[in-house]
Design a binder for this molecule. Structure first.
Ligand SMILES: Nc1ncnc2c1ncn2[C@@H]1O[C@H](COP(=O)(O)OP(=O)(O)OP(=O)(O)O)[C@@H](O)[C@H]1O
Length: 371
């Protein structure tokens, strides 16, 4: 974060680039994004609850912040809760707060819950699809009554929050499976904004240039900052981790580049491996780059763990396992490489039925990679 020794312009640039982009800055000219932002602007001040959908890393949280900053509530708090990461036992007190003496171990003065902290502002419930069912019932009550009852309190406290929820999950399927309350779904999905995946956006070039500019704290970079072949590879890449992954890749390239220009050899491994000149790149063939350090052991983990049937899930499983082995089962490093957050990677392991290396009998050479 900026400190008091940093001048205001630098601090403003930091805030602008790292955490808070305005709504208009979220789009580099992609028509789907332009349409989504225009609809978001119309919804936000009508107090209509907004549900943001999109793959992991597509910028759901960024969009929520930008909507709040655009709204009439911008002077009040924007409070985020990640429903996937609060332990179920703490979720109620986190969200609704408690009074002093509510339970042993409680703070002496009690605690305001997130809903009350967002009073007058915006409450952002991220990963709403992961909210425990019992808590969904309590949330529904808060939304319909517009009041919370902190644990141990005798009386309800009125609250006025604008609700923005986000998820990468298909909530309608969760409803059909009985895992998400239908009445809550209709209450939170007043206006649905579906963020496009990065690979389907036509403004990838503008985003790359914007991120490089941010990374170098320089607003007026030009095309000479990146070699045409490196840019082509970035444009041809599928970006499974979306904006999060692109941001991580740009940071990496800016850190390793030498000589003021990002070259093909500065790209991280995943961009080199996935590149197939015959299918993606219209231009002179690019020879494989030999100076890319391989972090994946020669015997691929995908050959060691039992393979699922082929098809897209099998490919994804191989990609995830290779990232895990390459990072020696360091979940933070593997999730960075895959362009997803740790919680998403743990979810992916469950979904793809990949047991953690700690939990299985592994061949000695493979298990030795475990962190
Ligand atoms: N417009 C943007 N410009 C630059 N970087 C961005 C932008 N949007 C997102 N990012 C990068 O992507 C990361 C993920 O963004 P965000 O948390 O908003 O995505 P998300 O869809 O909420 O992810 P998840 O589904 O994993 O919660 C950010 O931390 C940032 O690094």
């Amino acid at each position: 974060m900026p400190t008091s020794t940093v001048d205001l312009a630098t601090a403003r640039r930091y805030v602008n680039s790292a955490r808070y982009r305005s709504l208009d800055e979220l789009c580099g000219g992609d028509p789907q994004m332009q349409d989504l932002i225009a609809r978001g602007k119309r919804l936000i001040d009508r107090n209509i609850p907004i549900l943001i959908l999109g793959e992991t890393g597509t910028g759901k949280e960024y969009l929520s912040r930008a909507l709040h900053a655009y709204s009439a509530r911008r002077a009040a708090n924007w409070v985020a809760v990640n429903c996937a990461s609060i332990p179920e036992s703490l979720a109620e007190s986190e969200l609704f707060g408690y009074c002093k003496g509510a339970f042993s171990g409680a703070l002496p003065g009690g605690m305001k819950g997130k809903v009350q902290q967002a009073d007058g502002g915006t409450l952002f419930l991220d990963e709403i699809g992961d909210m425990p069912f019992a808590l969904q019932t309590r949330l529904l009550r808060v939304l319909s009554e517009r009041e919370v009852i902190p644990l141990g309190a005798a009386h309800p406290v009125p609250v006025d929050v604008h609700l923005i929820c986000a998820t990468h999950q298909d909530l309608k399927t969760l409803v059909a499976q009985g895992r998400f309350r239908e009445d809550l779904y209709y209450r939170i999905a007043g206006g649905v904004l579906r963020l496009p995946s990065l690979r389907s956006r036509t403004d990838r070039r503008a985003l790359i240039m914007q991120m490089i500019g941010d990374e170098m704290s320089c607003a007026d970079i030009d095309d000479s900052i990146i070699a045409p072949a490196a840019l082509q590879r970035m444009l041809a890449y599928a970006w499974p981790g979306n904006l999060r992954q692109m941001h991580a890749v740009i940071r990496y390239c800016c850190a390793v580049m030498n000589g003021g220009r990002i070259e093909v050899g500065d790209l991280p491994e995943e961009l080199m491996e996935s590149f197939a000149p015959s299918t993606h790149f219209e231009g002179p063939a690019i020879s494989p780059v030999s100076n890319v350090r391989s972090i994946v052991p020669q015997a691929g983990a995908a050959d060691i763990l039992p393979r699922p049937p082929g098809g897209p899930l099998g490919d994804e499983r191989t990609r995830v396992i290779d990232a895990l082995v390459g990072s020696r089962w360091n979940i933070s490093a593997a999730s960075r490489q895959l362009g997803m957050c740790r919680a998403s990677l743990y979810r992916k392991l469950r979904q793809l039925d990949i047991p953690h290396v700690r939990d299985q009998a592994m061949p000695a050479h493979f298990a030795s990679y475990a962190a």
